[in-house]
Design a protein around this ligand. Structure first.
Ligand code: 3PZ
Ligand code: ZN
Length: 334
């Protein structure tokens, strides 16, 4: 960082900064009420994901009550299609990304039983909708019945099905073989075989391997080395070489480091300082980098990053599931 740079947001470029817990709670609550604003309608395609991000943030902040439980469950159920999958909002086509968010929200709220109501077919119907998206020849997953495959969808399927305790509905061994075919010599993983390593893809591949109980397949030292090289001078992390730092990589990079037991390979204090400098101290929320506009996506991944760093006042996040550890422990009977 330049010595001549002026004071950033929060009036400080160095030194210690605090986490504005109450401001972040207020910011997330405000997202749920600004229904008349253009921004709300422009982001309709993100709605169910947005609820998952906001709810996860609130649970980690220790304010689970800030979003009303009944209303949240009602909204999630209203996004379910006849076929069992979930769309972004009521009336939208079902897609893997939203179906995973729906399961994560219901598990976090301990409300999976709600899927039994009104002849919805229970968790089994949701699980078979997901299982049907596996490509039997390669083992990987599509996002919906006409879409392309992507390791993000493979991870999503593993995440949701394991939380529902129905992972046996899919061919996990074949899927694990597909992940291995995406591995690179640098220890990382790309979006498909031959594609360059990228922190987001690494999270999805290592996360799926963790769920499958196959972390033994990871080249831990090489991958840990590549991930630790993501830290820049200002403390922030990037997603691949030569790219800018971004708060959300605090999650994609650090969760992978946590899963392979190498969290101590980056400078946690410097990273925490970077994340805290991305807060809006006035209205709450966290941005991708200092002085940018906040959004709920970077707010949750800033907080999950700080949680992995054991930042005081935050609940523990599960590095495999990106949910409160309390909730995944309960769902998985740990
Ligand atoms: C953001 N999506 O495609 S998106 C997302 N990005 O739906 C949500 N870091 O307008 C928000 N970049 C903001 N609120 C950004 C989710 C992207 C990721 C974009 C982004 C984040 C840098 C450029 C893909 C899980 C799910 C989806 C993604 C990643 C992981 C955008 C741009 C894209 C998207 C939404 C809004 C800036 C919020
Ligand atoms: Zn980002």
């Amino acid at each position: 960082m330049s010595l001549v740079s002026g004071p950033g947001r929060g009036g400080s470029t160095g030194g210690t900064q605090e986490l504005y817990v109450q401001k972040h709670v207020d910011y997330i609550k405000s997202l749920n009420t600004r229904r008349d604003e253009l921004e709300y309608w422009l982001t309709e395609h993100l709605r169910l994901n947005g609820v998952y991000w906001g709810l996860t943030a609130l649970h980690l902040l220790g304010h689970p009550e800030a979003l009303p439980r009944d209303k949240t469950i009602e909204f999630v159920l209203s996004c379910q299609s006849e076929d069992g999958g979930f769309g972004a909002a009521p009336g939208h086509d079902a897609h893997m990304l939203y179906t995973v968010s729906a399961v994560q929200i219901l598990v976090t709220l301990d409300a999976v039983d709600e899927l039994e109501k009104d002849g919805r077919g229970g968790k089994e119907k949701v699980a078979s909708w997901i299982a049907n998206l596996q490509d039997h020849s390669t083992g990987t997953f599509k996002g919906d019945s006409w879409g392309e495959t992507d390791t993000r969808f493979l991870y999503g399927a593993f995440n949701a099905l394991s939380l529902l305790r129905l992972l046996h509905l899919i061919d996990t061994e074949k899927a694990v073989g597909y992940i291995q075919s995406c591995a690179n010599f640098d220890g990382g993983y790309g979006v498909r075989p031959g594609a360059e390593s990228h922190a987001g893809q690494i999270f999805t591949c290592v996360g799926a391997l963790a769920i499958a109980g196959r972390l033994d397949l990871v080249d831990t030292d090489r991958l840990g080395g590549w991930l630790s090289e993501r830290q820049l001078e200002n403390g922030g992390l990037n997603g691949r070489p030569e790219k800018k730092e971004d708060v959300c990589y605090s999650w994609w990079v650090m969760s992978a480091l946590a899963m392979i037991g190498r969290l101590h390979w980056i400078d946690g204090e410097k990273l925490a300082g970077f994340i805290l400098r991305c807060q809006d101290p006035e209205h709450g929320g966290i941005a991708d980098r200092p002085d940018d506009m906040v959004d709920v996506f970077h707010t949750v991944f800033g907080l999950t990053g700080l949680s992995l760093l054991k930042y005081p006042g935050l609940k523990e996040v599960d590095p495999i599931y990106c949910m409160p550890k309390e909730a995944t422990d309960r769902a998985l009977g740990r």
